[in-house]
Design a protein around this ligand. Structure first.
Ligand code: SF4
Length: 314
């Protein structure tokens, strides 16, 4: 198989759906949730992507999340079953744990996830999720996951950081203690960035820093240079994304071809970022009639994602 020199993939992320059972005040993808369009990624397409990409690249990690991915448990299980079959060692799911009111369905879903070979369940529990998601239901799912033998962790989101003092973090600590009887480890570092709903509701807790619009991809947290990409995301509509840029679609193209023809220099938007950072992308977008005021944004990545989406017509 032809291996692309700009892609050194070791991770695939599947955004299984933008449907959700929650309505969280910190949700970074809130503007995309529960709208029309394709409800979820097809299991067949997702499985094909895992199969093909793991034959081309040394994929070591597959993650499923959403929205609430367990609204479509068959897709989640199919992805992790295939990842296990292909020997991919890290197979993770992020869930809010609330996808059915029927306790038997919840138990059976946990058993199916265990059979599919999930290696880590990250359960989102905190002040934000539990504003709309009943704690008892999530506690029941956590018990089922433990009984099924799935290695599980509580995965709270923190305003600014875990040590920052604010009412949300206090409430999150209370909620975590309600899971204390389960003796689950708690993840760290899931600090909320001001995107989506968080930008609207949590701004008061953050200090605005001046943005360096010429900064290079790879120097900001959770980013990598567009010429040395280690992770691909796949959206519910089949879009294949390098960071915020769509490089193909699973429903209209072949994933092997999509990755073999990837060249960030061939896309005007990506080329602008490569040559002059987000400052150059802003100028390019302006030429295309898309104006955006960078002073109202909190990170260069958020500016880049917004522009990439608008340039793609989203
Ligand atoms: S944060 Fe997660 S659970 Fe909450 S609304 Fe967003 S996608 Fe749903």
């Amino acid at each position: 198989m032809n291996k692309n020199s700009f892609l050194n993939l070791n991770r695939i992320e599947f955004i299984v759906t933008y449907r959700c059972s929650g309505k969280c005040r910190h949700c970074s993808v809130a503007p995309k949730l529960n709208r029309g369009g394709q409800s979820h990624l097809s299991a067949d397409k997702a499985v094909q992507a895992v199969e093909t990409l793991s034959r081309i690249f040394p994929i070591s990690s597959v993650m499923t999340f959403g929205g609430e991915p367990l609204l479509y448990p068959d897709v989640v299980c199919a992805v992790h079953r295939k990842a296990a079959e292909r020997g991919i060692p890290t197979r993770q799911l992020i869930t809010n744990g609330y996808f059915s009111k029927d306790s038997k369905t919840v138990r059976r879903t946990a058993e199916s996830l265990a059979e599919a070979g999930l290696t880590q369940l990250l359960l989102s529990v905190d002040a934000f999720h539990q504003e709309t998601i009943p704690l008892d239901a999530v506690h029941h799912f956590a018990r089922c996951a433990i009984a099924a033998g799935i290695p599980s962790k509580l995965h709270p989101a923190w305003v600014v950081s875990q040590s920052h003092r604010n009412p949300y973090n206090e409430k999150t600590r209370e909620i975590l203690s309600a899971f204390g009887d389960l003796n689950l480890p708690v993840s760290s570092g899931n600090n909320i960035v001001l995107e989506g709903n968080a930008r609207e509701y949590l701004e008061a807790y953050y200090e605005r820093q001046p943005l360096d619009l010429s900064v290079k991809c790879g120097t900001m947290p959770y980013s990598a240079p567009l010429t040395d990409v280690s992770s691909l995301s796949i959206a519910p509509n089949g879009d294949v994304l390098v960071c915020g840029f769509v490089i193909g679609n699973l429903y209209t193209g072949d994933i092997a071809e999509i990755v073999s023809r990837y060249d960030p220099r061939a896309s005007e938007g990506m080329r602008a970022v490569l040559e002059g950072g987000v400052a150059a992308l802003l100028s390019y977008a302006k030429c295309r009639g898309i104006a955006l005021d960078p002073s109202s944004y909190w990170s260069v990545c958020e500016i880049c994602h917004t522009l990439a989406e608008q340039l793609a017509g989203g």
